[in-house]
Write a protein that binds this ligand. Structure first.
Ligand code: BV8
Ligand code: ZN
Length: 242
């Protein structure tokens, strides 16, 4: 099947859309299934403005728990393969839905975080925002150093719009892609899940890597079924060595 598809040239634009599945083998729970639960809450219920205004302590406990969990996780072979690919392709970008920061920890440079990051915090009032890698965060909820107001995780919650410039960059990258790898995403979250369709519209070849079929599978030029930590490195080996 790869022959019909052709082989990516290093001069072509390679865009990679990643989801929670790429970090699963590092031990970061996905949003599906029960492993994503925390104190019997599912992320969708806590990752919302309503949950935060009702109980900021609970939501901060959830994010503090995720920060500490991710600190004990290491990037896996899938993350590391993308670092190798970035060294070869002239135009290479990762658009990630993940907030865990594992792409950057693996060494990837061109990473667009569609939904923010566990390692960024922002003020609920004055818009100030900063990075904070402290583990553990001090007791209590973080306070804005500029105005003293309550701070929140700098992530995009359900029901919140994505940052305009981030979404515009993601659209532009997808609309100029020759190839799009879609790795470890259920393709269930809008508007991230339209990016592969934008790429396909301009003739990009879509390669999906997932354990199971997704709503995107019918649109993919090629679906490689299996764990990203195995499938992505072996696909890359075949591409590199022809
Ligand atoms: C917006 C940051 C508009 C926070 C995240 C009805 C009601 C309310 C809202 C909506 C609705 N219908 C649609 C919406 C919009 C909503 C949405 O899409 N909801 C879904 C549930 C239908 N979207 C939004 O709200 C977005 N904003 O639309 O704003 C707007 C405009 C103007 C003004 C106001 C509003 C914002 C969405 C962003 C939410 N924030 N994260 C945090 O994480 O704390 S989303 C979060 O969940 C992740 O970032 C990620 O995007 C998503 C999970 O998806 P995946 O990454 O795909 O992970 P998942 O667990 O689902 O799947 C894992 C996959 O990996 C599976 O396919 C599995 O098979 C595979 N896998 C597992 N292991 C492996 C593997 N693959 C390979 N190898 C393995 N080893
Ligand atoms: Zn402030």
């Amino acid at each position: 099947m790869q022959n019909e598809l052709g082989t990516p040239e290093y001069t072509q634009s390679m865009v990679v859309l990643t989801g929670a599945g790429i970090s699963a083998e590092s031990g970061v729970p996905t949003y599906r299934g029960t492993e994503g639960l925390w104190r019997n809450h599912c992320p969708q219920d806590l990752a919302t403005p309503g949950a935060f205004s009702r109980d900021p302590d609970l939501v901060w406990d959830f994010y503090k728990w995720r920060r500490e969990l991710v600190t004990s996780c290491e990037p896996n072979l899938a993350h590391l393969t993308l670092v190798e690919m970035e060294k070869q392709f002239e135009n290479f970008f990762i658009i990630t839905q993940n907030v865990d920061g594992l792409h950057q920890r693996a060494g990837s440079k061109n990473v667009l975080e569609l939904h923010g990051s566990l390692w960024k915090i922002k003020c609920t009032q004055c818009g100030d925002r900063w990075q904070d890698f402290q583990i553990p965060l001090p007791a209590g909820n973080p306070i804005c150093p500029s105005c003293g107001s309550l701070a929140r995780p700098d992530v995009v919650w359900f029901g919140e719009p994505l940052e305009r410039d981030i979404l515009e960059q993601a659209h532009a990258l997808s609309a100029s892609a020759d190839w799009m790898l879609v790795v470890g995403t259920s393709a269930s979250i809008q508007p991230a899940n339209i990016l592969p369709l934008i790429a396909r519209e301009v003739g990009a070849r879509i390669i999906e890597i997932n354990l199971e079929p997704t709503p995107l599978s019918a649109e993919a030029s090629l679906t490689l079924k299996g764990p990203a930590g195995e499938v992505l490195p072996s696909w890359w080996d075949r591409i590199r060595h022809g």
